[in-house]
Design a binder for this molecule. Structure first.
Ligand SMILES: NC(=O)c1ccc[n+]([C@@H]2O[C@H](COP(=O)([O-])OP(=O)(O)OC[C@H]3O[C@@H](n4cnc5c(N)ncnc54)[C@H](O)[C@@H]3O)[C@@H](O)[C@H]2O)c1
Length: 252
């Protein structure tokens, strides 16, 4: 009797995760590694992902083409060809538009948009010759709807959502799937930082969310694992909301 590999299996897959040393990315790194994947983390501050079984780290910035290329080289040398790429590194921007200086605008565009472009393009370079691969981008509810005082974040994440569709339709012919996750508010250092700076009212956010609570990192990682696996076979070009009903809600 032969035992069939479940479509949801990540066993033996090689995944490269940017921003994989904190918050959502760290949870995905842990989950993928615990399910038999080998993971390379590209992060500008990768310490938290060091010394984990089946995980290697590359220190660098997604805004530097040479750092991105080097992370793929390290992944291939350490674990073999990269099957799954998760372009997840991102930064927040939360202030009135008239206070957003050009440097701040460039910073959020640099990480959230240039970094995702560089990561996805390098993934395509490696995956297209192999005729297979899954690319997942981290968008946000603010890549779908808008909020005041988050211009750079909303524009960059909307760009990530658009990039998901554009790459999906361009690379489907090569066997590559491209999807995005669009989380609502997830309890991470990213959210803790906004709360500490008085830029977020957690109780108000919970009240605004139909399920009445923030999202857990583990819940985001489960969706990422599904998208990274063959269980999500024909799904491509989709922005998958993980938002507790946030973007469906139209009442006051
Ligand atoms: N936390 C939320 O509520 C939430 C909601 C929706 C979307 N997101 C998105 O999810 C992603 C992860 O967010 P998080 O909450 O886990 O954040 P986080 O701050 O906890 O982690 C982000 C990680 O990215 C790394 N990073 C930042 N800039 C980098 C760069 N230039 N190069 C390499 N690494 C870099 C950081 O070192 C950190 O390890 C982001 O794209 C964010 O926009 C977060």
């Amino acid at each position: 009797m032969t035992l069939e590999r479940p479509l949801s299996s990540l066993e033996g897959r090689c995944a490269l995760i940017t921003g994989g040393a904190s918050g959502i990315g760290l949870e995905i790194t842990r989950m993928f590694a615990s399910r038999g994947a080998r993971v390379i983390v590209l992060d500008q501050n990768p310490e938290a992902a060091r010394n984990m079984e089946n995980v290697a780290v590359a220190s660098g910035s997604v805004t530097e083409p040479s750092d991105v290329k080097q992370a793929f080289d390290v992944a291939e040398e350490t674990f073999g060809p990269v099957d799954v790429v998760f372009a997840n590194a991102g930064v927040s921007q939360n202030c009135p538009t008239l206070d957003l200086d050009f440097e701040g605008w460039r910073r959020v565009m640099g990480v959230n948009l240039d970094g995702v472009f560089l990561t996805a393009q390098e993934a395509g370079r490696r995956m297209i010759p192999r005729g297979q691969g899954h690319i997942i981008l981290t968008s946000s509810i603010y890549g779908v709807v808008a909020a005041p005082e988050r211009l750079g974040y909303v524009v960059s994440k909307s760009g990530v959502s658009a990039m998901t569709k554009a790459l999906a339709v361009e690379w489907a012919q090569y066997g590559i799937r491209v999807n995005a996750i669009a989380p609502g508010y997830v309890r991470t250092p990213f959210v803790d930082d906004l709360q500490a700076r008085g830029r977020l009212d957690i109780a108000a956010l919970e009240k605004r969310t139909p399920i009445g609570r923030l999202i857990e990192t583990r819940e985001v990682a489960e969706v990422a694992a599904f998208l990274a696996s063959d269980a999500s076979g024909p799904i491509t070009g989709q922005i998958i909301g993980i938002d507790g009903g946030w973007t469906a809600y139209g009442y006051v």
